[in-house]
Design a binder for this molecule. Structure first.
Ligand code: PLP
Length: 370
């Protein structure tokens, strides 16, 4: 009899899986660790989902999320053929990895190694290297400038580490976990220098001053990733989408699961698009709280990086970041710490409601006074 372990592919045995933020069930917890939106979905979205919980749950949902894609196409002034919806944008990032990068075992010469290369900046979304590993692709991680700004095309060419021929490049914009926003003009310069596919991961774009969606409709090798999770308070339903050239989008449709977006998720996302006014008011509340919290934390001695997202990255006074993580947790405040060298001295704090921000500040003041 073979052992179960011997039945598993070596690649999977060696894999370091992605570690999502904790979802603990602690009463009274202030949860600022996973960039969820502190405001509930619109009452119209909740009503639409509730109304859909009936006998139709026995049926398969629309396989291509047709109505949702039609609404998104109207919003972004493109064709539904330019859009694919996914089980969260995470699913689409995985599909892009499978669709555009080859596994290392498929490419022979060093010359063609670019075809198996998944490339990204560090720090950025920590899922990208895991997706490359799962697929058996090569990874090329290049550090951002020390202030988390994007290196210029000239600097990247000069540094020789960045591969402009990489099969797939992920750029998180605005960046996570730094919160830094990037100008569309600099993203365009960078995208134009690439020969492979570039995914601009705009999970937090609704909290930013500008977004680069137009690049996905202008440059045939650029895809923009969006999600209903963060700005649209819909993490639970898992709906994201890509916008881009119809041929790239069609390739991803070929390799997705037949019913990749669940029925209630489609209904929730469609109803969301019918009530954008509600969400825009919430973006403004979050942006105002971000500004006020950054100001207050700065007064307390935190070094808060400028943010264009629904979180801030802050360097903390007095104790190492990891100690702060525990001290805050002892006070029922949960935030996120990353071990990556560029950010290990910082904590990432999701912007909650004004009341949650006040509770965070109160806990920080108590910790500082001990
Ligand atoms: C940069 C970035 N991209 C994508 C995602 C995934 O979003 P979704 O919930 O749509 O899978 C996240 C979630 O944390 C993120 O931070």
């Amino acid at each position: 009899m073979k052992t179960p372990k011997s039945l598993i592919r070596p690649l999977v045995l060696d894999l370091q899986a992605y570690v999502p933020g904790e979802q603990p069930k602690i009463k009274g917890l202030i949860k600022l660790n996973t960039n969820e939106n502190p405001h509930p979905p619109s009452p119209k979205v909740l009503a639409a989902v509730k109304a859909a919980v009936d006998g139709r749950l026995r049926l398969y949902p629309n396989p291509t999320a047709e109505n949702l894609r039609a609404k998104l196409a109207r919003l972004h002034r493109c064709s539904p053929d330019n859009i694919i919806a996914g089980n969260g944008s995470d699913e689409l990032l995985a599909l892009a990895t499978r669709g555009f990068a080859a596994p290392k075992s498929e490419v022979r010469s060093q010359e063609s190694e670019s075809k198996a290369t998944v490339q990204y900046f560090t720090p950025s979304y920590s899922l990208y290297p895991v997706l490359a590993d799962i697929h058996g692709a090569a990874k090329n991680a290049v550090t951002l400038n020390p202030d988390f700004s994007l290196p210029s095309v000239t600097a990247l060419k000069h540094g020789r580490l960045w591969n402009f021929n990489a099969a797939l490049t992920f750029i998180t914009t605005p960046n996570a976990p730094s919160g830094r926003g990037y100008k569309t003009s600099e993203l365009e310069r960078l995208c134009r220098a690439h020969r492979g596919v570039v995914v601009l991961d705009e999970a937090y774009a609704d909290f930013a001053e500008e977004n680069a969606l137009k690049l996905a409709l202008k440059l045939p090798h650029v895809l923009v990733a969006r999600t209903f999770s963060k700005a649209y308070s819909l993490c639970y339903q898992r709906v994201g989408y890509f916008v881009g050239h119809a041929e790239l989008i069609a390739a991803l449709h070929k390799i997705r699961d037949s019913y990749n977006v669940n029925g209630l998720g489609q209904i929730a996302a469609e109803a969301t698009l019918n009530d954008l006014k509600y969400y825009r008011a919430n973006f403004n509340k979050i942006i105002a709280t971000r500004k006020e919290m950054s100001r207050q934390l700065t007064l307390l001695g935190f070094r808060v990086l400028p943010s264009q997202t629904n979180f801030i990255l802050a360097r903390l006074p007095l104790f190492p970041a990891k100690d702060w993580l525990q001290k805050l947790r002892d006070r029922k405040v949960l935030v996120r710490w990353f071990s990556a060298p560029e950010v290990k001295d910082y904590l990432r704090i999701t912007i909650g409601t004004a009341a949650e921000a006040a509770a965070f500040l109160k806990a920080a003041r108590v910790i500082l006074s001990r």
